[in-house]
Design a protein around this ligand. Structure first.
Ligand SMILES: Nc1ncnc2c1ncn2[C@@H]1O[C@H](COP(=O)(O)OP(=O)(O)OP(=O)(O)O)[C@@H](O)[C@H]1O
Ligand SMILES: [Zn+2]
Ligand SMILES: [Zn+2]
Length: 808
């Protein structure tokens, strides 16, 4: 007699002992022929039979097996959470990025499926009354824990699941993820509150104010304490008194609603101009066609790229296929989301990091079950479980945020191209300032180039002026605003037009320096200067969060001439307000947008013309479409040019061109002032003429000369350890090992300490390898990754970054 049994191939998650090979486990009888690849399981691992998470990657029938196989402890899903496409994608991703398969799978799943969750099984509409009576005697969802249910029940539920009659719901155990604030609600009826108010009015007028406010509140509807404090004009101490005296009750209140779930007014397709029409026609033909054709949509700022995307998506949907649209996180504003929702309504799902785990999971499920057919999201949305994809769009494809800077170090563009091949659908890369890599591939014919050379309705691009700050400093001294910029701002205020001012924070910080001895206050943990924060009156480290008081005397020479240098957005805001006392100013930077929804609120206020000037960091440079903005000012164009980064010119050109593009997008013409200490630099000069093509040619020549990407491939290996000698030694050993795999064509830079050598108490050493064709390199790196796991337990971390975003 042959015994047919099944074995599950399981990838287990065991940190420091990772491998890309699955382990075999026996499948318990009730799960035989039910277990599928893409389901999550819990399995015993190692000698201690410790329970670890795992994912099924294969199921094999065997006629006999070694009876010592451990059985799977529990199956967490009734159906795969990772479909066939995403399973294959995970394997590719692991290979491409030198990551482990299990890490890739975890990156692809929504957060909720990664945390400890409670599962419940719930009946769906299709269930019959008899089945409902058998499996849901209480009529309500029941906890789903296969361990605690008998075999027959599990088998029965599985049958119902396959028939689409039940579903599994996940609940986060740890609700700390939900955003809450303190709520306040009255505990006494209004007449009682009036009575007490009169009694305390003389002695405690503030308490009386609070009581008066509470009278107007609905008892069952708590309001955020912050709101009560403001509206009643009392301090939180008075609220605490109120709570002690039993007038009111404090509670935990969920405050933030998802800003993207508001209803939107539908829009209809616009009549395309000839350039747009040509682009849509080409993309449409590719959706219809059988071979994969990919596109670069190179359209100047305000040329109507979004309309091209929307009408192309509509074609994919007509053909009963789905569409995926990627945008940089920071451009994922309600303005952008609403444009898509206004066209495609309820079938749009939005994925971004601002959603709570529950909201993310809800959107993910709507995509997984086919309810949502258009997905808009930031980088990780490239893993959305959309099936039968007809079109993938990547807006602002040059954005460096598409590259993940932790393991797996993938670029969403590469993942998008992979999924395009898998689904036989076109990928559209769009930008006013394409990355050099993409533009170079278009030049080679790998992408079809579609050009939108003009703004819609033949509106002109803004006029850009360069202000030489070296000359200006003589007349304006320490001020951040040049004479021509001040005049231009004043003119806009007079005409009731709006202004966008950008302070380039890259490569820049507000640091404290002693004017006598040159001492700069640095983080004790990291090797970088601390940044001054006026809101908290402290010095903060942007890498590790270390915070300390602002020094009054120099710690080095005790001089009192210790001042801050550089310019923070808050300081500029103060100076700007002093210069234009009546102007209404909104500030947008990491500090003012930390709270959920703040980013959206600021943009909405500006859009409603509740402010005259929007002052911000790079985050205001992209995607904004405000018709009343006629002036853009860049306060410091060149702070990033000095960074030891081969993409410094490209980034500067892109940023300046993008931010200039915010001006004059509607009927009124736009003007831009760029303040710089390097007025002759080609990145600045070409940003003035907004001549992307010339910049491309110039920069390509520079890259060729320096043997940089896109002429060369690059890979960066980093070793870090608390002990500098350990990090350095590891790096030298790695380089020695790798050199054996390299031809003499490859260029090895390093080992060197990183530009910021010490971060979070660790020292970093790196090597960058530039190469054209090194067949043995991959295997060599693979070995380093495997070998690095053992020292990882002693605090040495080794990372491999293919195509790093910078070499710093
Ligand atoms: N065919 C058209 N007819 C009239 N208006 C249009 C047309 N196409 C686009 N527009 C409008 O032109 C404006 C600019 O378009 P859009 O924001 O798509 O530009 P963009 O190319 O994405 O620019 P950027 O790269 O600066 O973000 C929008 O307000 C849009 O509604
Ligand atoms: Zn000093
Ligand atoms: Zn630090």
């Amino acid at each position: 007699m042959t015994v047919v049994a099944q074995i599950g191939q399981i990838l287990v998650d065991v940190p420091t002992m990772q491998t890309n090979d699955p382990y075999s486990y026996a499948i318990p009888a009730e799960w035989e022929h039910q277990l599928q690849a893409g389901m999550r399981v819990i399995v015993p691992f190692g000698r201690g039979h410790r329970m670890v998470d795992g994912v099924v990657v294969g199921v094999t029938d065997v006629t006999s097996f070694d009876g010592t196989l451990k059985p799977i402890e529990a199956v967490l899903d009734l159906s795969p959470v990772l479909n066939a496409e995403l399973q294959q994608l995970a394997d590719w991703l692991a290979d491409e990025t030198f990551a482990f398969r299990i890490t890739c799978i975890q990156t692809m799943l929504p957060n909720l499926l990664k945390t400890k969750t409670e599962r419940e099984i719930a009946p769906l509409d299709a269930i019959t009354p008899a089945e409902r009576a058998t499996y849901f005697p209480d009529g309500t969802p029941r906890p789903f824990d296969p361990d605690k249910l008998d075999e027959a029940t599990v088998a029965g539920l599985l049958k119902l699941q396959r028939a689409g009659k039940v579903t599994v719901l996940y609940h986060v155990k740890n609700q700390a993820a939900a955003k809450t604030t303190t709520g306040v609600a009255p505990l006494l009826p209004p007449d009682k509150l009036v009575e007490i108010q009169h009694a305390v009015a003389k002695r405690a007028p503030k308490q009386a104010d609070l009581l008066a406010y509470l009278q107007g509140m609905t008892p069952s509807q708590p309001q955020p304490q912050a709101k009560v404090v403001k509206a009643a004009g009392v301090s939180s101490a008075v609220i605490n008194t109120g709570a002690e005296k039993g007038w009111l009750e404090k509670s935990s209140l969920e405050v933030y609603r998802d800003p993207f779930h508001q209803p939107v007014k539908p829009t209809h397709p616009l009549t395309l101009n000839p350039d747009q029409a040509k682009a849509v026609a080409a993309i449409t033909a590719a959706i219809d066609g059988d071979d994969t054709q990919n596109f670069l949509v190179e359209g100047v700022t305000g040329s109507g790229k979004t309309e091209v995307y929307l009408q192309s998506i509509a074609v994919a949907l007509q053909q009963k296929r789905t569409a995926l649209m990627l945008v940089p996180e920071i451009a994922l504003t309600p303005q952008m989301v609403n444009r898509v929702k206004a066209r495609f309504g309820e079938q749009v799902a939005v994925l971004h990091s601002g959603l709570s785990k529950g909201e993310q999971y809800d959107e993910w499920r709507r995509i997984d079950n086919g309810e949502a057919t258009v997905v808009v999201g930031a980088r990780s949305a490239v893993f959305a479980p959309v099936k039968n994809v007809g079109l993938i769009i990547m807006d602002e494809e040059h954005e460096s945020s598409y590259k993940q800077d932790e393991t797996p170090r993938y670029h969403a563009r590469d993942v998008a191209l992979w999924r395009g091949r898998y689904n036989h659908c076109p990928v559209v890369l769009g930008s006013a300032t394409p990355s050099l890599e993409t533009r170079a591939r278009a030049a080679k014919g790998i992408y079809t180039r579609l050009v939108l050379p003009k703004r819609v309705n033949d509106r002109p691009l803004p006029t850009v002026h360069i202000v030489d700050m070296r000359a200006e400093m003589k007349s304006i001294g320490d001020s951040d605003f040049s004479t021509p910029l001040v005049a231009a701002i004043q003119a806009r205020l007079d005409r009731k037009e709006q202004v966008v001012l950008m302070l380039n924070r890259r490569g820049y910080s507000s640091f404290v320096m002693c004017r006598d001895c040159g001492f700069v206050l640095k983080c004790p943990n990291c090797d970088i200067s601390l940044t001054l924060h006026m809101d908290s009156h402290s010095m903060k480290c942007h890498y590790c969060g270390h915070e300390e008081a602002i020094p009054k005397v120099c710690p080095n020479c005790h001089s009192r001439k210790i001042r801050y240098y550089g310019t923070g957005t808050q300081k500029v805001e103060t100076a700007l307000q002093a210069q234009f006392p009546t102007a209404r100013i909104l500030r947008m930077d990491v500090d003012s947008t930390r709270r959920k929804g703040a980013h959206e609120r600021i943009l909405k206020q500006f859009g409603n013309h509740e402010a005259d000037i929007l002052l911000g960091t790079q985050m205001i440079a992209k995607g904004l479409d405000f018709p009343n903005v006629t002036l853009v000012g860049v306060l410091n164009a060149d702070t990033a040019l000095g960074l030891p980064d081969f993409r410094a010119s490209e980034r500067t050109f892109q940023l300046l061109t993008q931010v200039s593009g915010r001006a004059g997008r509607a009927t009124k013409p736009g003007e831009v002032f760029i303040q710089t200490f390097n007025p002759d630099h080609y990145a600045i000069q070409l940003a003035q003429s907004q001549d992307y093509e010339r910049f491309f040619v110039t920069e390509m020549a520079m890259r060729h000369q320096g043997s940089y990407p896109p002429y060369y491939f690059a890979v960066q290996v980093t070793a870090s350890h608390e002990d500098e000698a350990v990090a350095a030694k590891a790096m030298y050993q790695i380089v020695a090992a790798l050199k054996g795999d390299l031809s003499d064509q490859a260029i090895v830079l390093g080992p060197t300490p990183k530009a910021i050598a010490r971060v979070k108490r660790k020292y970093y050493y790196q090597v960058v390898i530039k190469y054209k064709n090194e067949p043995d390199l991959k295997a060599g790196l693979e070995q380093i990754r495997q070998a690095a796991q053992i020292p990882a337990r002693h605090g040495l971390a080794v990372t491999i970054d293919p195509e790093p975003m910078n070499f710093m």
